[in-house]
Design a protein around this ligand. Sequence first.
Ligand SMILES: [Zn+2]
Ligand SMILES: [Zn+2]
Ligand SMILES: [Zn+2]
Length: 523
Amino acid sequence: MSSEIVKSNKIAEKLRKQGFDSMQNGEIYEAILKFNESLCNAESDTKIMRTIYANRAETYFKLKIYDKCLNNIQLARDQNCLPDKMKSLDDLQEKCLEEFNEDQTTNENPWDFFKLSYPANKRLPFVADCLEVKCDNKYGRHVITNKPLKVGDILAIEEPFFKIVKSDPEDNEYPMANIYVYCAYCLNDNLMDLIPCTECLTTMFCSTRCQQEANKSFHKYECNYLEFLNNTGNWRMPLRNFFHSLSICDDSIEELEKLMIESDSESPTVYNYAMDDQRDPDTVKNHLKCMIGLARRVVVTVRNFSEFFTHHPLLSSAWCTHQEFIKKFLKRMMQIEILNFHGIKGRSLDRNNPYRSSVGDGGYAFCSLLNHSCCSNVMRIVVENRMVVIVERPIKKGEQIFDCYIGDSFYFKTKNSRHMELMDYQFICDCEACTYDFPELLTGALQACDKTLLHYAQQAYNELRNPKKKLTPMEARELALKYSKIMQRCYRENNYPCREIVLLELCTVKCFLMASKSNISFP
Ligand SMILES: [Zn+2]
Ligand SMILES: [Zn+2]
Ligand SMILES: [Zn+2]
């Protein structure tokens, strides 16, 4: 189960050479990927480690990313080995500093644009204060607004409580690539400027801070067992959540059990607690209680993990005394994952696969309170790893906020296929689209009300689908705001859905999406 993990300079050197060849061929993404894999395999504090960092520094220099270049020169110097060939590093550093001081480009910061449109809730700083949680027989817990909301308003910016970088089974060539692209703790790509775990071969971090946090948390349980864990399929995330939860409870299985009992009796939501200090251990425990209490009506059978737990030095005694509880907890984690978790899409740095941007999965306590509608009034997009909730159609004071749980809304899917996809959630959707059988966009049955606006919307939609040149995030921001304004002005509740408004809505969503992704991809 825990295979003896051996870092090997021989393997590292082979990978480094492959990376170096890629760099010479101008295949930068492949080069850094190999350098990172090589770093994971290299023995600590060795000459080869220094060479890899030096190679990576050169690569960033070629990319004109000078701060990363300098950082890698420093990493190379930090390796405690004989100071030979430092001359080349000195030269590179000198060249880099010259360019760095000349460099006028400023990095765009997505958070200049993605900001809450209303004052933040004082107890829940990631949610606008106009939102409230309500409860009734029909909807259970749900979220409403106490102010009228405009298209484009940003209502929540939430970090995932549970999160994981996932290997991509659809990538036949390199299914494990994500491990060498995204930080295992915060999920940022950091332009692939990552450092390896000192022990295992398949974990990287964007900073020593993330490394320390992960080692205090889930990674101390996972480090020696990744070969096994990476092959647990759907159970990878429930297991991760268990390790994370256990560490939140100071590694006490009794404490975790107590917390689950409290969660089950109180059924709290994030609105029950002050969540303004996420570094406070009690806040984190309360947050965990909210996660444990998320919707879970789905049947799950737990896989047998007794061999893993019995042989794990940090977990065997907990397994001995609390086997039934651990199974119950894992089952709960699987249930809440199926019904509540969201895929996290990042930017793809790989020019050959610009759309292969799936990073992993995340669980969000606030966003999970939103109910489903096939004609949702908000869109959700992931910026870095945070879920951003944006108003898609005007919402009146007192109305409920609806999310769409299935990829596309009624525009592209028939009622039947939507209901098939919603089966796991065990409710029959009776949203407006389902009740009044809204026609799909592509059938032609969707009528237009305003011919001039239709012409405009159709043109905008076509241009976004087949752009003459790729929009920069800055251009996308401007368009997102422009289409939001037109939507807000032209939307008529009685006419919804009409063709031109649906097209404009799609344009708005697309522009917000493009505004969230920096358009860096490596040559
Ligand atoms: Zn990180
Ligand atoms: Zn490790
Ligand atoms: Zn519906």
